[in-house]
Design a protein around this ligand. Structure first.
Ligand code: MN
Length: 430
């Protein structure tokens, strides 16, 4: 039995208060969907089987370029982070896997595995870090890592990625995500072609060390920390990387890593069409890489991304199994609450996308009926699927209202009593 920090009794008691209302709401929604020819039980089952990984770095408080304001009871290290991640999964039943970041989460791998097992958590993609310097490392990444002009710096960055693969192998991970901060701040500072050639050579060395059943995800980002040019700046470059490296290499789409108003759902469709969609870092943004909670700014865009995913799933696209991960930074909320909400919002977008009448949509597209095609999507998006999400959680042993149950548990105050207040700290924004 998993060693949860929130008593299951508390969740049951909280659920008892809301069970009757949920039953009524679920039946009412079921009746509405039946009139549309949709079986609510089929949707609820699909939602219950949809999972998204939480980032270990997401349970700490992030910061901006200007300051970081620590929260109460911040995790002291990876084992505290796993406790927090377990709470998120216990309440949502949607996040059974954690994505680790090395060196932030470096620890004895048998202890990591044992802790994960005890909490009912598995490990998703490993994340390397060559965008900051670790204490004592021989060569600095100030001017880049995998694309650095100095061969020894590139070799050190490759070696770090190989270590991430080794750690991942021991704890059951099956993927490595590589995001680099390499780029330039001044025109002329870097030769675009040579930098990309060096990057591809370094990535080929990492790819060679990848076990057969692993995937390599490269993550593009338009700008930041470099402000003039970035080596892996967009999905086109990312696609070239995945194509060049081989069949185990895929593109990772972080929703915040695009220019405002970019049609991300169309990028997703293109990558699906050519078999190179590796997965997602979910978050939301208004201006740049804001790392806000999923669906807080533009929930319709999140829905449109899932519309493409469900379309691919229902078309039976070969070998379609993208990784779903959250990548957020929390500055003004309790990180556990933000991650709970994001997991729910991601499931909401999935549930809504499952409600799209695809046969009708295809007909409107064929007939060039733009208005009704758009309305078909909006009709699914307007459906309040909360009873489906809540029922999926309840059946799996989670909370009907996870935020309310979390607050009722007093978890944050309890851990604050045993975890000393932190003063500053590592990164939270990638
Ligand atoms: Mn990311």
């Amino acid at each position: 039995m998993a060693e949860f920090r929130i008593a299951q009794d508390l969740i049951e008691n909280e659920n008892d208060k809301r069970a009757a209302a949920l039953k009524a709401d679920y039946e009412a929604l079921g009746a509405t969907l039946t009139r549309r020819g949709v079986d609510i039980e089929a949707i609820t089952r699909k939602v219950a089987e949809f999972f998204v990984a939480v980032p270990s770095w997401g349970v700490g408080t992030g910061g901006t370029r200007f300051a970081r304001f620590p929260g109460a009871g911040e995790p002291r290290g990876i084992f505290d982070k796993l406790d927090d991640c377990a709470v998120i999964n216990q309440l949502t039943q949607a996040t059974p896997n954690v994505s680790l970041h090395i060196p932030w989460d470096r620890a004895d791998t048998s202890e990591l595995k044992a802790k994960g097992d005890a909490l009912g958590l598995g490990f998703d993609a490993m994340n390397s870090n060559t965008f900051s310097d670790a204490p004592g490392q021989a060569y600095s990444y100030k001017y880049g890592s995998l694309s650095h002009t100095n061969a020894a710096t590139r070799a050190q960055a490759v070696e770090h990625n190989l270590e991430c693969i080794e750690i991942g192998k021991r704890i059951g991970s099956k993927a490595l995500t590589v995001w680099i901060g390499d780029g330039s701040n001044f025109p002329g500072q870097s030769n675009f072609t040579k930098a990309f050639e060096r990057y591809l050579t370094s990535m080929a060395d990492i790819y060679k060390a990848l076990p057969d059943d692993w995937k390599l995800f490269s993550e593009h980002k338009m700008y930041e920390p470099a402000f003039y040019s970035t080596v892996v700046q967009d999905w086109g470059t990312n696609y070239l990387i995945a194509q060049t490296l081989g069949p185990k290499a895929y593109c990772l789409v972080d929703l915040g890593h695009h220019a405002p108003n970019t049609n991300i759902e169309m990028i997703v469709a293109r990558l699906i069409q050519f078999g190179k969609l590796g997965g997602f870092h979910f978050n939301d943004s208004k201006y740049g890489d804001d790392d806000l909670d999923a669906g807080v700014i533009d929930p319709y865009r999140l829905f449109l991304v899932f519309n493409e995913l469900v379309d691919a799933e229902q078309r039976g696209v070969n070998d379609f199994n993208p990784a779903h991960m959250i990548d957020q930074s929390h500055n003004v909320t309790d990180p556990i609450e933000s991650l709970i909400n994001s997991a729910n919002e991601i499931r909401r977008a999935y549930a809504q996308a499952l409600l799209v009448d695809r046969k009708a949509l295809e007909g409107y597209q064929q007939d060039n009926d733009a208005l009704m095609a758009s309305e078909t999507l909006k009709r699914a998006y307007r459906a309040d699927v909360e009873p489906i999400l809540a029922e999926a959680r309840r059946r799996a042993g989670g909370a009907i209202d996870p935020i309310a149950a979390y607050r009722a548990s007093g978890y944050r105050n309890k851990v604050a009593a045993e975890r000393p207040a932190s003063v500053a700290g590592g990164g939270g924004i990638i």
